[in-house]
Design a protein around this ligand. Structure first.
Ligand SMILES: [Zn+2]
Length: 134
């Protein structure tokens, strides 16, 4: 996967958002430590472009998943974390991986991990998904 397709992937994710009437806002001037967040009920995603843990595309796919796969009722504010390995966060990480692989099938699970800066502990899932689709 080369850098030149990053814009196309982002475009596809933005189309998913538009199709489901999800508002995505890039919030400027946040600290690099401030994670992205989303609110299911409001169909609102607040992205921090300067946050560096994981790629923007992976994080956006994760936040989109909260809204697409949530029950639509929760007004809880979900904050992105690359460290939480269970519950809804794990579930949305998996949905994000599925979504990104559907957009562009990588040449290997390693290039996928590297391109999207996915936390290493998700490698087994990435590998199994790749094998399923390849
Ligand atoms: Zn989350």
């Amino acid at each position: 996967m080369t850098e030149s397709i990053r814009d196309d992937i982002l475009y596809d994710l933005e189309r998913v958002a538009a199709l489901h009437h999800i508002t995505v806002v890039d919030v400027d001037r946040l600290s690099m430590e401030t994670p992205d967040s989303s609110i299911e009920k409001s169909k609102l995603i607040l992205m921090n472009p300067t946050y560096e843990k994981c790629s923007y595309e992976f994080r956006l796919a994760h936040e989109l998943s909260h809204i697409l796969f949530g029950n639509g009722c929760s007004d809880e504010v979900y904050q992105f974390s690359p460290y939480i390995k269970r519950g809804k966060e794990l579930e949305m990480h998996k949905h994000a991986i599925d979504m990104l692989m559907d957009i562009e099938l990588p040449t290997s699970p390693f290039t996928f991990m590297d391109f999207y800066k996915i936390p290493y502990w998700l490698f087994d899932y990435v590998k199994s998904k790749f094998i399923e689709l390849a």
